[in-house]
Ligand binder design. Sequence first.
Ligand SMILES: [Zn+2]
Ligand SMILES: [Zn+2]
Length: 241
Amino acid sequence: MVEVTEGVYFIQGQDEMIPDSHVYLIGMPSSEDLTLVDAGLVGKGNYKLQSVVKAGVKLSSIKRVIMTHTHLDHIGCLAEILKEIPSAELLIHTLEAEPIEQGDDRPVYGMQMFKQMCQTQYRLKDDAFKFTVHRKLQGGESLEIGGMSWEVLHIPGHSMGGIALYHKDKGILIPGDVIYADYAIGRFDLHGADASQLKDSLMKLAGINVNILLPGHNRIVKNVAKGYILQTANQWASSLE
Ligand SMILES: [Zn+2]
Ligand SMILES: [Zn+2]
């Protein structure tokens, strides 16, 4: 786990055949009110939690897990993490929280063929991704957590209930898989994806001031060039009609 800036810590995903999402730990250390953003791939829970513990953070100070979205590479090890931190609350956008609560795993696997492959490879049961969601997010909330203020932005397109967390004062954006470094964006062919919504979401992000970009995969960017998100959105615009 490495410090990105005060109150924001980065645990790099350990990709295998399937990617493992990065995890961010947010909150001022002194607050003892910390939040994990995303979990990761099946089997990576221990790695993620060990990274936290090795940095001297008590697991009991982690009060909640916020999911940017519920694809397998982000929610895969959520059960492993919640087993170790049973008191942590779970926050997901309502459009993905509802299927997750009902045990509808289409938002997790994205496509039937992938489901069969993963269930075999990881020996997953049909109810592996059924969770109680403690707070259903809508977008537009301001979360006062860990001595910091994070806005919730609903940015559908890569998935139905995709959200970003945004720290306005520091210009920190955690957008899940909607936008990455190097002018890359998330795929838009899975269950619940929508190209034109993705375009709108990119334009929404282009309208905010972002200095630090902390995506779900690949490298993080600590010094985002002015206009980067707009340029990325424009580059992809014709593919997102
Ligand atoms: Zn995704
Ligand atoms: Zn991902």
